[in-house]
Design a protein around this ligand. Structure first.
Ligand code: ADP
Length: 519
């Protein structure tokens, strides 16, 4: 049967050989084994069910959450001479009935459905009359509550399968699954742990970096000037931020589009199409953008704010370089982003256990931002690949700067914050440490403190940068909204009492990046 699979690969899709993982998944499915396939974005998951669909006698049901992608996929299949159709909410009831009738007559090899259909009892009943060989579940991580994209209707899949008179083979596919999520997929879909085929998550053409302590808008403008007209996505955390970045960039003459859930559907799809057709170089968007976008030449993905967890981050960053060419994934980190995410988690209606889980995930996101080890390896380990090697080309792997022990300087800053009563912000603390003279310092009598001027060989600005570094490393936390005050964390206390050392790499690259704000 594998011979036939190879023949169809060439005949229908024009490819000579299978990619890593495809053959093992197809072989397993053709053997009639329920299987889970884990492959990175762009790895070629679709063929894993499209080829068995051609070989199996009856229809393959594909459950996919991406309505926009469904139409594209079906169009491509039809162009390749493979009979296929989709059923989703974009169709009239008559059209849906007609397609279902045709499916029962054996008109299609593949039938794509949206998971929401499974909520409909009548639909489930009518599926009983359909002879189904294979049920393929795309984005299978949506079945798990521990995933970042849980869809309750995915929980109905098992009930659907149980009701079917024929016993179809089940194939769950995803590009993102921690060990816990893999476990959930297997349990919910009746797949044995031995039948998980994973090619790992590594994307060797992606170059990861985390940029800290820089002026984000300056960085962005400089980056776009250097990468003129390359296609890229900039993710921002809020609609407001998307709007203001969009205004900033278009004013600078950059061909940018924008996309968020606050815009009407016509606007959104116009912007999306213009981006897909390369009429717009850059898309500024919230995380509402990207599900089901298959644009191969995205050269960079910049996160203007830190996302809420590693799954979201990797899925969004992974939209770069689907064509296999070198592409950059840059995260612009600031500690305030994490505070916003913490606030959002805290204010949500989720049960306490869920909130705790989300905070844990956020903390791991923070660790990613702070790691001085390989960024790609960090991601792979997060997704359960314990033996991941260093990629050798992310920002941290390429970083040859020496680390210096800055524990004494850190203690100076921390003790100054404590002496000032943990009631003041970064600017005043830096001025006191630099020994600046101003009325506010005199009014509070800070010039009499022992830490006054203790770092006077540095400018207040470079001390403020150092405070940002200490904040990024969570020795200091900023509390309060508009005028945040600096407070010492437990880790900061450990540094103060000499229980923990602080190492810092030289900061040459960051300085170089902010040199030009004249764009
Ligand atoms: P995924 O769903 O895993 O993100 P797709 O199924 O959309 O990825 O495949 C990504 C791209 O790779 C598509 O353009 C597809 O045609 C191509 N592709 C898939 N399998 C092969 C193969 N064996 N040889 C060459 N190209 C392939």
């Amino acid at each position: 049967m594998l011979e036939q699979a190879r023949q169809y690969l060439k005949q229908y899709f024009g490819y000579d050989s299978f990619r890593s993982g495809q053959e093992a998944i197809i072989q397993s499915v053709l053997n009639g084994t329920n299987t889970a396939g884990i492959m990175p974005t762009g790895g070629g998951k679709s063929l894993c069910y499209q080829i068995p669909a051609l070989i199996f006698p009856a229809v393959t049901l594909v459950i996919s959450p991406l309505i926009s992608l469904m139409k594209d996929q079906v169009d491509t299949l039809l162009q390749n001479g493979i009979p296929a159709a989709f059923l989703n909410s974009s169709l009239s009831a008559q059209e849906a009935d007609k397609r279902m009738g045709d499916a029962k007559k054996g008109a299609y090899k593949l039938l794509y459905i949206a998971p929401e259909r499974l909520e409909n009892r009548f639909f489930l009943e009518s599926l009983k009359e359909l002879d189904i060989s294979l049920v393929a579940i795309d984005e299978a991580h949506c079945i798990s509550q521990w995933g970042h994209d849980f869809r309750p209707s995915y929980l109905k899949i098992q009930a659907l399968v149980d009701r079917l008179p024929s016993k179809p083979v089940i194939l769950g596919l995803t590009a993102t699954a921690t060990t816990a999520v893999q476990h959930d997929i297997c349990r919910s879909l009746g797949i044995s742990g031995d039948d998980v085929v994973s090619t790992g998550f590594s994307r060797d053409n992606l170059f990861f970096s985390v940029v800290k302590g820089t002026n984000k808008s300056t960085y962005l403008k400089n980056y776009l000037a250097r990468n003129n007209n390359e296609s890229g996505i900039i993710y921002a955390a809020t609609r407001k931020e998307v709007d203001s970045l969009y205004t900033l960039l278009t004013k600078k003459g950059i061909k940018a589009g924008r996309y968020h859930a606050g815009m009407n559907e016509t606007d959104r799809s116009m912007q999306q199409d213009a981006f897909l057709q390369d009429d717009l170089a850059v898309m500024v968007a919230t995380n509402a953008f990207g599900m089901g976008i298959d644009k191969s030449n995205v050269r960079f993905v910049i996160h203007y704010q830190t996302p809420k967890n590693m799954e979201s981050y990797y899925q969004e960053a992974g939209r770069a370089g689907r064509d296999g060419l070198q592409s950059e994934c840059i995260l612009l980190y600031s500690p305030q982003d994490l505070q916003i995410q913490r606030f959002l988690i805290d204010q949500s209606d989720s049960p306490e256990s869920r909130k705790e889980q989300e905070l844990k995930k956020l903390n791991l996101m923070k660790d990613f931002c702070h790691t001085e080890g390989c960024l790609q390896a960090f991601i792979l380990k997060y997704f359960g690949q314990a033996d991941a090697d260093d990629c050798g080309h992310c920002e941290n792997c390429l970083d040859e700067r020496a680390s210096h022990d800055v524990t004494v300087e850190a203690q100076m800053v921390l003790s100054c914050i404590v002496r000032m009563g943990e009631r003041f912000g970064k600017t005043l603390v830096s001025q006191v440490l630099a020994g600046s003279k101003n009325k506010k310092i005199e009014d509070f009598g800070f010039q009499k403190m022992t830490t006054y001027g203790i770092m006077r060989q540095q400018s207040a600005k470079s001390i403020a940068d150092f405070i940002d570094f200490l904040t990024a490393r969570e020795y200091i936390e900023m509390s309060g909204g508009q005028f945040p005050v600096l407070k010492i964390t437990q880790e900061g206390k450990n540094v103060l009492i000499g229980k923990e050392n602080v190492l810092r790499r030289e900061t040459i690259t960051i300085q170089a990046m902010v040199e030009d704000d004249t764009l």
